[in-house]
Design a protein around this ligand. Structure first.
Ligand SMILES: *Cc1c(COP(=O)(O)O)cnc(C)c1O
Length: 392
């Protein structure tokens, strides 16, 4: 047999982390890495946050899992907190981002179809978007590399160029149910939607009775310097998918919705065996304890500005390698003039620095949100050394 026990769907590299230490990872062979990838925007409190560890330990000893057939004091508490902190009136908990997006899409369709409007099913999404790897979420993206081998796709999606307002208008018809957008495209290459575009989407949704869904799976939970990125646009979505950072490393996601948007999500319409179990709720509550306050969010914004300033100054030294810094808060990307994937591997293998490649030849910088000045200094040193000895 030549297939590996781990199904070989990932191009796994030689780094094999076995331990975390705040903003660093230690590999099996004892090497130490500065982790500015955070498990792809997941470990926002770093790797050894006492509050998160304590909450999970305590809950594991008390009660790990019960069915959603029973009352959930732990889930009610986290849902109430999210409702207080956001536009949402109600929350459905999931175990991953793709499931949160699935719940968001089902909520949007049910909004129209609960009273028999079954022709309203189409969801407008954007090119180079990433919404997950389930059948529905790959269907929601135009990226052919995710489709190949898995046809046919789920019908009911229209792909429009990111920021192309006229394209959105042209795509709206009698079958349209919703518009779904990442306010900051993550996998697509850290592309920040403009204020004008997002405002126009809100207006189009209102004018046509469409649900506006934000996929904040990557950019949500304090990553951009506000609890959710939508806050910086001065509008509210109807439905929002969140995951990645929200469990701080524990698998957790959620679909947030306004009361109006959730009108079709009645008893028996949706469910999840694990979704919102006490252990996940303990992790989510511990993450909110840490991040949902002005001091923490100010820290993220300050660190984001500092890091961005340093990067902007730095990339000018290597115009043959780097062309632009993009992003919001501590969700940053550097556009490269060369292939970014190999540079990410170079930083990792030769300079002990973890970053993440993305589309559009961007490499992503997604540090734990608890970084301080020393981590930024260490990052810039490693990046400088990496750029100096890199031959594309
Ligand atoms: C990662 C991601 C997802 C999918 O999340 P999973 O937990 O991998 O299912 C969905 N949307 C966006 C924007 C993401 O970045």
């Amino acid at each position: 047999m030549s297939i590996t026990p781990l199904m070989p769907v990932y191009p796994r590299c030689g780094v094999r982390p076995v331990r975390g230490d705040n903003c660093h990872l230690i590999s099996e062979d004892g090497r130490r890495f500065l982790d500015f990838a955070s498990g792809i925007a997941v470990n926002l409190l770093g790797h050894s946050h006492p509050g998160l560890i304590g909450a999970i330990q305590q809950q594991a000893e008390t009660l790990m899992h019960v069915s959603n057939l029973y009352g959930s004091p732990q889930g009610e508490r986290l849902a109430e907190r999210l409702v207080d902190l956001t536009f949402a009136d109600t929350v459905f908990f999931t175990n991953s981002g793709a499931e949160a997006v699935e719940a968001a899409m089902k909520t949007a369709r049910a909004y129209h179809q609960h009273d028999g409007n079954e022709e309203r099913f189409e969801i407008i999404t954007f090119k180079n978007a990433f919404h997950g790897r389930t059948m529905a979420t790959i269907s929601a993206s135009n990226q052919e590399k995710m489709h190949k081998g898995f046809m046919p796709l789920l019908p009911g999606f229209r792909y429009v160029e990111f920021e192309d307002l006229e394209g959105v208008k042209a795509a709206i018809g009698p079958n349209t149910a919703a518009i779904m957008v990442e306010p900051v495209q993550g996998e697509g290459g850290i592309r920040v939607a403009s204020k004008g575009f997002i405002h126009a989407l809100r207006e189009l949704a209102d004018a046509n009775d469409l649900m506006l869904i934000f996929d904040e799976v990557q950019c949500g939970v304090a990553r951009t310097g506000t609890l959710y990125a939508y806050e910086q646009y001065g509008i509210e979505p109807d439905i929002l998918a969140t995951a990645k950072g929200i469990g701080g490393g524990f698998p957790l996601g959620a679909c947030l919705a306004s009361e109006k948007a959730a009108r079709g999500m009645v008893i028996g319409t949706h469910g999840s065996t694990y979704g919102g179990n006490p252990l996940a709720m303990a992790a989510g509550n511990a993450v909110l304890d840490a991040v949902a306050n002005d001091d923490f969010l100010t820290h993220v914004r300050e660190m984001g500005e500092k890091l961005r300033g340093r990067l902007e100054q730095f990339i000018g030294n290597y115009p043959n390698l780097f062309s632009e810094v993009r992003g919001l808060g501590l969700m940053l990307g550097v556009k490269m003039a060369v292939e970014s994937r190999q540079f990410v591997a170079h930083l990792r293998d030769h300079h002990g620095l973890l970053t993440v490649a993305a589309g559009d030849n961007v490499f992503r910088i997604l540090p734990p949100l608890v970084i301080n000045d020393e981590h930024i200094d260490e990052f810039m040193e490693k990046l400088s050394a990496g750029a100096a000895d890199y031959t594309p």
